[in-house]
Design a protein around this ligand. Structure first.
Ligand code: ADP
Ligand code: ZN
Length: 745
């Protein structure tokens, strides 16, 4: 018997081995094995059974070991690995490493613990005698007799203040025995939530939820691949629909992957899901999967899923690779979230990966959002995905009113000295008096500087690419980072000639100061990457906020499921332009999503919510459509732009980044390469650039970039990879390909 193995040691090819007699029963496609390589050993995944065609069998070395008695990458995951490698132009060994947690790869030494077991119960006489002659031994025996499960030796000795000699003596008497057992460290949901268990009752579904649930039950019954987009306004009760679908899948003996964005993986969400899933399927273990697990916890969770002990995983991005058996359903909540994209190689998108995994496993994929990505929406409109809609909020409350404040007027009124409009300041006052809470939201600021006139709101956009042009101070130019077009930076607004054209983003700190001036007596807390650097601070602040100890929360990243604050009746978006006028074709989509999601957070309790949005461009579509959460209106307008400028969902984009210490050389090679690609693939790929990156230099390395626009990714990535391998790159230039990038700015 012979096998082809994908080694995980930087060899991007299949190597063949002989399988020794003893290992034959446990080796199969997808097994994690240890194999000899160049005088040492490597871990690898069995990619195929059989001998190589062009190599003498008798020369093949034997496999050293099989790490787990089940395939670490079952067939669907192995196929997925191959697809990821091809689609994202990433080496297969790196992809496999991403799919297998480090702890699993290390085949980590399982932590062994000694447990004390009462071997037999002494009768009354024996116990009396023992109490007299060896009171310490009697104490231990009495303790063990009371235990429900054999306790850990070290803990018992510490607790009863006994020495190991006492155990030895009892072992000699045959009363106690030691057992070595693996300690369970699975981060089942209740451990992770730190006891914040809230009993969640199933709701009686409303008509729309029932219709969606029925449709999904029908789809699941087919037991074939399919994708459905569940578009439900914020507060329409999508979770309830997910849970019913999960119930159906579990009841039929299937496994389930439930993906949520990392920030949404709060103790509340997890607790709610767990208690609901427990009710659905008693005794069902829910494995939680997120970035803060210890290696041991992750290994245990992985093993529980791989062996079928647990059938449901709730987790962030990488849970899409969890080895759930008999996969029947993948749910991707908040499918539009950019956090689903991994920002290092392999740069996979968990939503797209989920769809592909479902396809390979013959499972069903449910994507949910209040504001679907235009990619998913287009797929649904084209009939590739099913579409289910929840148009009503469960409590029948109206979505909060969005009040758009024109900052051009405010700036004129206060001569530019304002970051909080009078409207917003008044509203905050009002809430403070009523002891209600406010969230001031500042969308994270990108690195790019685009220009905006503070008088008329004009921004400078590239006429070819419909994205904001970026200001480069070094040579006083405005440049387009897609096509490379450039012009001199104006000193006056090209539209109204005011000298006020500049980019001035507001930091959270400045907003905090402004709030302190408006509400000197309020308790204000700032939440951004600076202040949240301390571990657990994020959670602390949120729980103080929930407890009403904070009046105003100023922050950059607190939007997400599970962050329900019933006492928050005002949400202010301080500068909507910060996300709208950045050199990213998704800027409008992000802004629209942000506004609708923010509005959905306001006033979820029994009080009405209000949203105040400050902007210099109140007429922008992203803002106007968000006022009535008009997704269809927004999508129709935005898809028109996307089509005109060849952006997704009409084309795929591939980003090619070049980095090097010498700017002239970098530019030269980027241009050489672009010419080469144009010649070879020009009929299938539209090139834009090369241009300097929005961030021209990081840590003494200069950066250039090139864009490929294409309608089919896999062919192009294969061709690019082949061309790239043959191209004479200098040693000091590194490059990175990013397929379907989500952050352009
Ligand atoms: P969405 O994800 O669509 O924004 P959620 O799933 O978070 O909405 O549901 C919003 C709230 O409504 C939750 O507190 C949930 O428990 C509650 N809910 C869901 N369905 C119902 C229902 N049929 N009746 C009453 N309350 C419901
Ligand atoms: Zn351009």
């Amino acid at each position: 018997m012979f096998v082809g193995v994908h080694p995980l040691a930087g060899f991007d090819k299949l190597l063949h081995y002989r399988v020794p007699e003893a290992l034959r029963a446990s080796v199969t496609v997808g097994s994690l094995v240890r194999a000899p390589i160049r005088g040492s050993f490597t871990l690898g995944i069995v990619g195929e059974l059989g001998a190589p065609k062009d190599f003498p069998q008798e020369k093949l070395k034997p496999l050293a070991a099989v790490v787990y008695p089940f395939p670490a990458l079952p067939p669907d995951l192995l196929e997925l690995a191959r697809w990821l490698a091809a689609y994202y132009a990433a080496p297969l060994d790196g992809v496999i490493e991403t799919m297998l947690p480090a702890a699993v790869r290390k085949a980590a030494q399982l932590k062994q613990e000694k447990l004390l077991v009462l071997a037999r119960r002494p009768d009354a006489d024996e116990l009396a005698a023992l109490t007299k002659r060896a009171p310490q031994q009697a104490k231990l025996v009495a303790f063990l007799a009371q235990q429900f499960k054999p306790p850990q030796k070290s803990l018992v000795l510490a607790r009863l203040d006994l020495t190991a000699a006492v155990v030895s003596a009892l072992m000699k008497r045959g009363l106690v025995r030691e057992e070595t057992r693996r300690v369970e460290r699975v981060a089942y949901a209740d451990e992770y939530t730190g006891g914040e268990l809230v009993a969640a009752q199933p709701h009686t579904l409303n008509t729309e939820q029932q219709a969606a649930t029925d449709a999904l039950a029908t789809s699941l019954a087919v037991k074939k691949f399919g994708v459905t987009l569940l578009q439900g306004v914020t507060g329409s009760g999508k979770t309830e629909v997910y849970l019913r679908a999960i119930h159906t899948a579990l009841r039929d003996g299937g496994g389930v992957v439930f993906l949520v964005p990392e920030v949404a993986l709060t103790p509340q969400t997890v607790a709610r899901l767990r208690s609901r899933l427990e009710a659905i399927a008693p005794g069902q273990q829910v494995v939680v999967w997120h970035s803060h697990l210890s290696e041991g916890e992750r290994l245990d969770g992985w093993l529980a899923l791989a062996t079928g002990t647990a059938r449901v995983v709730v987790g962030a991005r990488s849970a899409v690779f969890a080895p759930v058996r008999d996969l029947r359903l993948i749910v991707v909540d908040e499918e539009h979230e950019p956090a689903y994209k991994q920002d290092e190689t392999p740069r996979y998108h968990a939503r797209d990966t989920a769809v592909m995994r479902a396809k390979l496993a013959g499972a069903f994929c449910l994507l949910g959002s209040a504001t679907p990505s235009l990619e998913s929406f287009a797929n649904a409109s084209a009939g590739k995905y099913g579409l289910l809609r929840l148009t009503q909020r469960v409590d029948d409350r109206k979505l909060p009113y969005i009040d758009v404040v024109d900052m051009r007027v405010e700036v004129a009124r206060t001569r530019g000295a304002t970051s909080l409009s009078r409207r917003l300041a008044d509203a905050m006052h009002d809430r403070f008096e009523k002891k209600e809470q406010t969230i001031l939201f500042i969308n994270r600021r990108g690195y790019s500087r685009s220009m905006q006139c503070r008088k008329c709101g004009e921004t400078v956009e590239c006429t070819h690419c419909s994205v904001a042009m970026t200001y480069h101070r070094t040579d006083e130019t405005l440049r387009c980072h897609l096509c490379g077009d450039q012009r001199g930076a104006p000193s006056r607004c090209p539209k109204c000639a005011a000298p006020d054209i500049r980019w001035q983003g507001l930091g959270t700190q400045r907003v905090e100061e402004a709030v302190r001036r408006v509400l000197p007596r309020a308790r204000i807390e700032r939440m951004d990457t600076d202040t949240m650097a301390k571990k657990n601070r994020f959670r602390e602040v949120l729980s103080e906020f929930r407890a009403g100890k904070i009046d105003v929360l100023v922050g950059t990243q607190m939007i997400g499921k599970g962050l329900d604050f019933p006492n928050v009746t005002l949400v202010g978006l301080v500068d909507a332009d910060l996300s709208m006028h950045v050199p990213d074709f998704r800027a409008n989509e992000r802004t629209f999503q942000l506004l609708v999601q923010v509005a959905g957070r306001a006033g979820r309790g029994d009080r009405a919510g209000e949203v105040v949005v400050q902007t210099f461009t109140p007429q922008a579509g992203a803002i106007q459509y968000s006022r009535h959460a008009d997704y269809d209106g927004f999508a129709a307008e935005e898809l028109g732009v996307r089509q005109r400028f060849h952006y997704p969902p009409y084309r795929h984009l591939i980003h090619h980044l070049f980095r090097g210490p010498n700017p002239e050389k970098l530019k030269f090679f980027a241009e050489q390469w672009a010419r080469h690609v144009e010649k070879e693939l020009g009929n299938r790929v539209e090139l834009r650039g090369p241009t300097p990156s929005p961030i021209e230099k990081i840590k003494d390395e200069y950066r250039w970039q090139l864009w490929y626009f294409t309608s089919g990714v896999t062919r192009v990535t294969a061709d690019l990879a082949a061309l790239r391998a043959k191209f004479a790159w200098p040693d000091d230039i590194t490059q990175v390909l990013d397929v379907d990038p989500v952050n352009l700015a």
